[in-house]
Design a protein. Structure first.
Length: 93
C-alpha cells in the first residue's frame, strides 16, 4: 500500500438553466463597473460583476451565478428534467 492518499473525486460543478429562452451565459472580459441586477440577502446595494466572472444575461438584466441560482433560474440538479411538472420561469426584474 502507498502512503499517499488517492485523489479525492472532483465535485460536479455543472449548472443548468432549465428555462433557457432569452438567457445567455457570458464571461466578463473587462474591468468596467457592471453590476448584478439582484442584491445579496441582507444587503442594500448591488454587487459588482468582476472581470473573468461567468454571468447570465437576458436583455439588460445581468445576474451572477449565485443570484441566478437563488432566483431559481439555474439549478445544479442534473435530473431537473425528470422531476415532474416544470414550473414557469421567473419573470425578468
Amino acid at each position: 500500500m502507498s502512503d499517499q492518499d488517492p485523489p479525492s473525486p472532483v465535485p460536479d460543478r455543472r449548472i443548468y438553466v432549465p428555462h433557457h429562452e432569452g438567457w445567455t451565459a457570458l464571461i466578463k472580459t473587462s474591468w468596467d463597473k457592471d453590476y448584478c441586477y439582484c442584491k445579496n440577502p441582507g444587503e442594500d446595494f448591488f454587487h459588482l460583476l468582476l472581470c473573468g466572472e461567468i454571468y447570465l444575461e437576458n436583455g439588460e438584466e445581468r445576474l451572477c451565478l449565485s443570484c441566478a441560482q437563488r432566483r431559481g433560474i439555474t439549478t445544479d440538479d442534473r435530473l431537473y428534467w425528470q422531476r415532474g411538472v416544470r414550473r414557469a420561469p421567473p419573470p425578468p426584474l
